[in-house]
Design a protein. Structure first.
Length: 585
């Protein structure tokens, strides 16, 4: 991985544009930044930097797109340049206004602003058509009657050249006439295409007379039924970059083999020539980042929608409680390179914990409750304990938490027969209740199955607030809620949407995609939560102390509170048990 100057600043969040002097200051770099610096030094593009983020509106953005967004907008900001948001909307069969709206919302949520530079490739359909005619007149494009299957059959192999279309040498006049008739809708879908005349023997398959236009009698979400022929992505992309004055067209590595075609089009049209630069796409462990496959999950009902918190979409991360700062810092930390790799999902969670730790309010919630009765605490008495809202942020202040004779604690915080190194509550053991008192277990009550239903304790009144006048110490502090004051809330505990790779089929096999789904990717529990969360606005973020970070779901109401677990805390005891389990095997 290559660190970069713009990545360093992104880790602190968005900042205003800096001066050119600060941009040229010595700092760690990456190869894209080095190219731009060299271009500026040589005067290429007149010292300008103009990038673009060009999504296709055929699905919702996922975490992989975040890397491209941060890179394109970040470089433009760092070099006092501009970045456009452009929708490459060339396929009316798969594109919808819903996707356009969601993409704009996600880019804004990440913290970036395209200002007045919102564009669509469909804005350029008339110009693209005129340029296609220009190539026909120059003898560099022709109308082909081969079907898509026949075109594939004549493309050749890695060791054999392709075969020229029998329609390759049509006259310019015939090609112009047929192309005009294609535009008028005289031919059915798939019956004819406009192909570029390049080289059927080229070692690069993309240069073997690629298709420029195909016939699609489909209504476009912006242009309606004005067109029944639509330009291909490879033809549209570079020309749109040229029209917009893009200087550095930054793409992921799968477009590297397409770069000669990108260059061929702009050179043969004699128009502004941006520089295409490819970088590694983001791949995360145990995560599917294919819009086609994600669409299958949505349409098949395997998830609740594009914003299901288990989905790797940006709206799914947002609903789950991720912050744009954490995602920007993650993208900054992984850098860019010329080699595809895979990033551990845990690294994204690390950046999330770092950000939430600074800002999330602390509250107490019990997810698997067992009742604790403090036998020597006065009946009917209620105290208000002062609790810190965020130890990382003194300005967050404190809150009052009710305390009474009957409490709930986590079932895992009690063991009747504790193993070695277990320091939580057990018979005869003393623990600290967070912000409250020291308690000692004196006995338990069990049901007919032997499960503990009540834990009886005594408390030491001298330890109010968790302090001890005699200086004695305990090895464990546990959280709690007052049974009489706690609120019921649904908590949704999320695990990975897919099983670990060694437990599921190859994710590239569509037929096996859903068979690799994790049946425990969502577990619902009814938790008891302290009353301070009542009325929490959707997307409000909390740290449930000792449990994890949670976010109020968008559908949460005062009548039915719902919290999504954003990310768990690291559980030291769980690690101890896991090591012990491995040793026993």
């Amino acid at each position: 991985m290559h660190p970069s100057g713009y990545n360093e600043r992104m880790s602190d969040g968005l900042k205003t544009a800096e001066t050119s002097e600060s941009i040229e200051a010595p700092r760690p770099s990456n190869f894209i930044r080095d190219i731009i610096i060299q271009d500026n030094q040589t005067g290429k593009f007149g010292g300008k930097v103009h990038t673009r983020f060009p999504p296709e509106p055929n699905g919702y953005l996922h975490i992989g797109h975040a890397k491209s967004i941060c890179l394109n907008f970040g470089l433009a900001r760092d070099f006092n340049g501009k970045c456009n948001l452009r929708f490459d909307d060339t396929n009316p069969c798969k594109e919808e206004q819903e996707y356009v709206d969601s993409i704009m919302e996600d880019v804004r949520w990440l913290g970036f602003d395209w200002e007045d530079r919102l564009f669509f490739a469909s804005d350029y359909f008339d110009q693209l058509y005129e340029w296609a005619i220009q190539l026909i007149k120059a003898g560099k494009a022709y109308v082909c009657d081969l079907t898509a299957e026949e075109v594939r059959a004549t493309r050749g192999t890695l060791t054999e050249p392709g075969k020229e279309s029998p329609y390759r040498n049509r006259s310019i006049e015939e090609n112009l006439e047929l192309f005009e008739r294609m535009r008028k809708g005289e031919f059915p879908d798939g019956s004819r295409t406009l192909r570029t005349k390049i080289d059927m023997a080229s070692p690069n398959f993309n240069m073997r007379d690629p298709v420029m236009y195909r016939i699609l009698h489909a209504e476009h979400h912006r242009t309606g039924d004005k067109w029944c022929i639509y330009p291909m992505y490879d033809y549209t992309h570079g020309e749109s970059d040229s029209i917009e004055g893009i200087t550095h067209s930054i793409c992921t590595l799968e477009f590297e083999d397409h770069r000669p075609l990108y260059d061929w089009y702009v050179e043969n049209l004699g128009i502004h020539h941006p520089q295409q630069i490819e970088f590694d796409r983001l791949n995360l462990t145990n995560t599917v980042l294919s819009k086609r496959k994600l669409l299958k999950l949505v349409t098949g009902g395997f998830v609740s929608g594009w914003d299901d918190p288990r989905m790797p979409t940006l709206c799914g991360f947002r609903r789950r409680g991720y912050t744009p700062e954490a995602i920007r810092n993650f993208c900054a930390g992984i850098g860019v390179s010329k080699t595809n790799g895979i990033i551990e999902f845990a690294l994204l969670e690390h950046h999330l914990r770092e950000d939430l730790n600074k800002h999330a309010l602390r509250v107490m919630a019990v997810l698997d409750p067992v009742k604790v009765i403090i036998d020597n605490y006065p009946d009917g008495q209620v105290e208000e304990m002062e609790a810190i809202n965020n130890p990382e942020d003194a300005s967050a202040g404190t809150r009052k938490v009710p305390f009474s004779k009957v409490l709930y604690i986590e079932r895992d915080d009690f063991r009747e027969d504790p193993p070695k190194q277990y320091y939580r509550l057990s018979p005869g053991k003393e623990v600290r209740l967070r912000y409250a008192y020291f308690i000692t277990c004196t006995g338990v009550v069990k049901d007919e199955s032997g499960e503990v239903t009540e834990i009886h304790c005594t408390y030491d009144p001298a330890t109010h607030g968790g302090n001890t006048p005699d200086g004695r110490k305990v090895k464990s502090t546990i959280h709690w809620v007052s049974a009489a004051h706690a609120l019921d809330a649904e908590v949704r505990l999320y695990d990975t949407l897919f099983l670990p790779e060694d437990q599921r089929p190859d994710e590239d096999a569509d037929s096996d995609l859903t068979s690799g789904l994790n049946p425990n990717s969502l577990v619902r529990k009814t938790a008891r939560v302290e009353p301070s969360v009542l009325g929490a606005a959707p997307l409000t973020k909390y740290q449930f102390e000792r449990v994890g970070y949670f976010c109020a779901d968008k559908d949460s109401t005062p009548e039915k509170m719902v919290f999504n677990r954003t990310v768990p805390l690291r559980d030291t005891w769980a690690k101890i048990e896991k090591k012990a389990e491995k040793k026993s095997k």
